[in-house]
Design a protein around this ligand. Structure first.
Ligand SMILES: *Cc1c(COP(=O)(O)O)cnc(C)c1O
Length: 485
């Protein structure tokens, strides 16, 4: 595996902020910080590039080794290959399928990529299990501690609490919109008993939760005092950990020779941006398909060139009920030719007027992506139809992606045969109420989660108020670290 694809020790990759006013950092600092100090997101200075041959070689490697091959150029000499391999193997050992992310064929040239075999039944486990172990490893070596605050539309929170529970160097507080997530999602956050993980219900929407988290990061004194770290998809390491299944799926279907068209159910733009990154690193793939629900800001922007916020609509795919797609900023940075002043101006404009023109970035947006809005009626039809045809049960997020893939298969004219792959981001049993309403039958949780519905819950509720939330986060950290810390 000593190849020309890897940077040498002296060439450790550096990271820059999309807003251009924060210092360049190395991988460890980016891992521990998350958001840049100027409010921007970190991006690698350049994309590591993989040859077609080294991509093809992934076909013969276990999932954990592919993950390490993709992590290594981003991590540089910060962690050795042996340490990375230990981390990756331990992370994926928690998955219940030997292939980690198996493909399931739905039609002649249509597959579902199952990303939900982790401990919380959502694709977020794939990155979070790696992220928690990377952070713990780096903190242990430094003798340091951090406090994690995260906003969740349902799945990030459970994945984070599950991945970080019991790690002594990390205090975790997850903010979720009260009453807007499923019972299974809530219980995954509220039943772990470890004192270092805490669920916080906010009286508001996901965007309110996300705004509170951003405000805590932008309060630099609070941020430094609490050693705040982010594990949302704004954390670069999460995007890197999500590269793996794009490469693994593509080579399993005959890539790089055969082209693959990925359809990605999208909320915060993190997952689909990982697909964009995979392409930037050399993976041959068709333009990525952004599948949205009724919260269709990305699809409207694709059509009209205007990225305009509207109110959040509650749908059957709650993890996509998002208006402000945080990682879209990373794409704007790329699409503008890495023009930090453009990104800064655009993001300020968005905050002031709730609407921005994509300007010169629109052309790149239309070249790199296609966007499709899939409403709840279409999602319900799809779940019923696929179940009747093959007995296979989709969750609503995955169904969004499948509908989008089917629609574009009939409208787009690729130059060569294409394998279409819809990303299945959650297990249907994570949304039993919704599935029961659509199919008349309540899907059972996998046996390993039997106790979830009977364990006692632990949760605090607060209004959408920054200073109250900050006080809670501080109390959680000092409980874990002791008052002198
Ligand atoms: C988080 C999530 C999404 C959206 O992913 P983003 O990276 O935020 O675009 C889609 N489906 C499920 C089930 C999720 O948990």
């Amino acid at each position: 595996m000593q190849g020309r694809d890897k940077p040498r020790k002296s060439e450790n990759l550096q990271y820059v902020s999309t807003r251009g006013e924060a210092p360049r950092l190395g991988f460890e600092e980016v891992l521990l910080a998350g958001l840049a100090r100027d409010g921007g997101l970190y991006m690698p200075v350049t994309w590591p590039s993989l040859s077609a041959r080294s991509i093809a070689e992934f076909a013969d490697q276990p999932f954990a080794e592919v993950a390490v091959g993709l992590l290594q150029p981003f991590v540089g000499s910060s962690l050795g290959r042996a340490d990375l391999l230990d981390i990756a193997r331990a992370a994926y050992a928690r998955f219940s399928h030997p292939a980690i992310t198996p493909l399931r064929q739905i039609d002649r040239s249509l597959w579902v990529l199952e990303l939900f075999h982790g401990p919380t039944l959502a694709f977020k486990d794939l990155a979070m299990q790696v992220l928690a172990r990377l952070m713990d490893h780096v903190l242990a070596r430094r003798g340091a501690r951090v406090s994690i605050v995260a906003a969740t539309s349902g799945d990030t929170g459970g994945a984070a609490i599950e991945a970080f529970r019991g790690l002594e160097r990390l205090s975790v507080v997850v903010l979720f919109p009260k009453g807007r997530i499923s019972e299974v999602q809530r219980r995954m956050m509220t039943t772990p008993a470890e004192a270092n993980v805490n669920a916080l219900a906010i009286e508001g929407t996901f965007d309110d939760c996300q705004a509170l988290v951003k405000a805590m990061f932008n309060d630099l004194r609070f941020r430094d005092r609490l050693q705040l770290a982010a594990v949302n998809s704004i954390n670069w390491a999460r995007i890197v950990a999500q590269l793996t299944y794009y490469f693994v799926a593509a080579v399993a279907l005959g890539g790089p020779a055969r082209r693959v068209a990925f359809s990605v159910p999208t909320g915060n733009f993190g997952d689909v941006f990982a697909g964009y990154a995979a392409k930037a690193m050399g993976l041959p793939a068709e333009p990525l398909l952004i599948a949205t629900n009724e919260n269709d800001i990305l699809a409207r922007a694709w059509r009209t060139g205007t990225y305009a916020l509207s109110d959040v609509i509650a749908t059957s795919s709650p993890s996509m009920d998002i208006q402000v797609a945080s990682n879209f900023e990373r794409f704007l940075f790329e699409a503008s030719g890495r023009d930090a002043a453009f990104v800064r101006g655009t993001m300020q404009g968005l905050q002031q007027s709730r609407s921005i023109g994509l300007g010169t970035a629109l052309k790149a947006y239309r070249e790199s992506f296609v966007a499709e809005r899939v409403d709840q009626a279409a999602v319900g039809d799809c779940i019923q139809r696929v179940k009747a045809q093959s007995g296979y049960l989709l969750d609503p997020h995955s169904a969004c992606a499948l509908v989008a893939a089917e629609r574009t298969a009939t409208t787009s004219q690729p130059s060569a045969p294409v394998a279409r792959v819809a990303l299945a981001t959650a297990h249907p049993a994570k949304f039993p109420e919704t599935l029961e309403a659509i199919t008349g039958k309540r899907p059972a949780l996998p046996g390993r989660l039997d106790r979830l519905l009977s364990q006692p819950e632990r949760v605090t509720t607060l209004p959408n108020d920054l200073s109250l939330v900050q006080r809670f986060v501080e109390r959680c950290a000092t409980t874990v670290w002791g008052p002198g810390a």
